[in-house]
Design a protein around this ligand. Structure first.
Ligand code: PGA
Length: 250
């Protein structure tokens, strides 16, 4: 089964609305006519209306970096799926390692968010990955399986089609250390096998697994070019239009 790749920009807590608009205005002409892969931008919530307006009419999808699992309520500082959809967002990251590390997101919270995202028809990008100590002590496979099983609890094969997984080894995020293609491919195989165990081979064969962690224009091809790697989630190198466009067009 051929999987259409997704090349996604995680802008984290960067850019003002003016900077975000300038990015989109410069970026769209650079990727005009690119339809080999789907492209998505994940800006901060306050930038969403600006970025969505600027990208209108293009094929670039826009999503949130985080959603709350509740429909609405007294959750100061959070963004609901309804709010995201009302401004035109179609995708969301879930369980990024920075959310897990700094904001206490557990596999259980990730699972609740995944249910909410699917219920409302969003494309969820569920992030998993091991920290350095886990890799060095040989626990990578166990960590990935636990994160996948936790995230997917109660998700049926029928509901799973839109789900995208991002494998992001935490030791490679923002560090300039990229996983070798072999390390990434091995991890992707572990993840795909776990999805097969939980939801069957058809879902596993169709699910897109992105690699994230210091993806740059000069290493994009060796990573995304691998059969097992269905795209990239890009942080630092997605902040400049020419650099992100170069990754898209690797
Ligand atoms: P990086 O971030 O490309 O800056 O390593 C990736 C991510 O955190 O999604």
């Amino acid at each position: 089964m051929s999987r259409k790749a997704l090349i996604a920009a995680n802008w984290k807590m960067f850019k003002t609305p003016a900077e975000a608009k300038a990015f989109v205005d410069a970026f769209l002409p650079l990727v005009a006519g690119h339809d080999r892969d789907k492209i998505a931008l994940f800006p901060s919530p306050v930038l969403l209306p600006t970025v969505i307006a600027a990208a209108k009419g293009s094929k670039v999808a826009i999503g949130a970096q985080n959603i709350h699992f509740a429909e609405e309520g007294a959750f100061t500082g959070e963004t609901s799926v309804g709010q995201l959809k009302a401004v035109g967002g179609t995708h969301t990251l879930i369980g990024h390692s920075e959310r897990r590390q700094y904001f206490g997101e557990t596999d259980e919270i990730v699972n609740k968010k995944l249910h909410t995202a699917l219920k409302h028809g969003l494309v969820p990008v569920v992030c998993v990955g091991e920290v350095l100590a886990e890799r060095e002590s040989g626990k990578t496979a166990d960590v990935l399986k636990k994160q996948i099983a936790g995230a997917f609890a109660g998700i049926t094969a029928e509901a799973a089609a839109p789900i995208v997984i991002a494998y992001e080894p935490v030791w490679a995020i923002g560090t300039g250390k990229t996983a070798t293609p072999e390390i990434a491919v091995d991890a992707h195989k572990i993840i795909r096998a776990e999805v097969a165990k939980l939801l069957g081979p058809a879902v596993a064969a169709g699910i897109r697994i992105l690699y994230g962690g210091s993806v740059k224009p000069d290493n994009a091809k060796t990573l995304i070019g691998q059969e097992e790697i269905d795209g990239a989630l890009v942080g630092g190198a997605s902040l400049k239009p020419d650099s992100f466009a170069a990754i898209v067009k690797y």
